[in-house]
Design a protein around this ligand. Structure first.
Ligand SMILES: Cc1cc2nc3c(=O)[nH]c(=O)nc-3n(C[C@H](O)[C@H](O)[C@H](O)COP(=O)(O)O)c2cc1C
Length: 227
């Protein structure tokens, strides 16, 4: 699979297809549907405001049905705030074919080799109200767990972040050094509002089993509304 996060240039899509990769694009606005399909995208990921990392201003519920309505035969996956089997059932009810999750995997056992232990503890402690959107990471709107880093950039006398890619050039090494030198108050992770649902480290298999189990149960129970 080849997924594009910010824009889906058609030459890149064609190059991915030439390598037999299935092409996906993350989109946060109904305006991006036709452009993505014209570029050769085979699966649309409708990513709403709740999502971790780069995210747009439209909420997942407001976004998804509008994207589904324009997508025609192109499958749509729901991203942004998906944390439980109930969310998966809701995604299917909105006309999507599946979901695309990011924040959930940060607390998977398999990811812990890539995660600073302070970040793990901050993610476990964080609720849905503990994330902020900041341009201080990359220059574009980026949802992360609130920390000394985001607070410093929100201060009245803080400079405005630079545009992408210059902000990343400015702070990239610094962000690496914060973790390397264990500067606890500044250590932070991209994460979505679904972070409030994930309160312990679990293997991927268990996370998947819980998601699928609950989604199956919820979908089976929906028949009662038809009576
Ligand atoms: C820490 C983190 C890093 C991410 N990095 C990328 C990325 O580099 N490219 C991308 O397309 N999406 C990235 N995402 C977004 C995910 O692909 C996904 O769309 C999003 O996490 C879904 O929302 P959720 O966090 O509510 O599950 C990232 C998400 C997180 C949490």
């Amino acid at each position: 699979m080849f997924a594009c996060g910010i824009g889906a240039p058609s030459d890149v899509m064609q190059a991915a297809k030439a390598r037999n990769q299935t092409t996906l694009a993350l989109i946060g606005s109904p305006h991006h549907v036709q452009r993505s399909i014209a570029a050769g995208v085979e699966i649309l990921v409708a990513q709403g405001y709740d999502a971790g990392a780069h995210t747009g201003p439209i909420g997942t519920y407001s976004l998804v049905p509008q994207i589904v309505d324009q997508a025609g035969d192109i499958p749509v996956l729901v991203a942004g705030g998906v944390a439980t089997g109930r969310h998966i059932a809701a995604a299917l009810a909105m006309g999507a074919q599946g979901v695309w999750m990011g924040t959930a995997w940060l607390l998977s056992e398999e990811h812990q080799g890539h995660m600073h232990p302070v970040n793990r503890d901050k993610l476990i402690a964080a609720g849905s109200g503990d994330t902020v959107i900041t341009r201080s990471e990359s220059g574009k709107t980026f949802r992360q767990v609130r920390s000394g880093w985001s607070q410093a950039w929100e201060a009245q006398d803080a400079p405005s972040p630079l545009k992408m890619p210059y902000q990343d050039v400015l702070v990239g090494d610094l962000l690496g050094a914060i973790e390397e030198h264990d500067i606890e108050p500044l250590i932070h992770s991209g994460a979505g509002q679904s972070v409030g649902y994930f309160n312990s480290v679990k293997p991927v298999q268990q996370i998947m089993d819980e998601l699928v189990g609950e989604a199956t149960e919820v979908l089976a129970s929906q028949a009662k509304y038809l009576r």
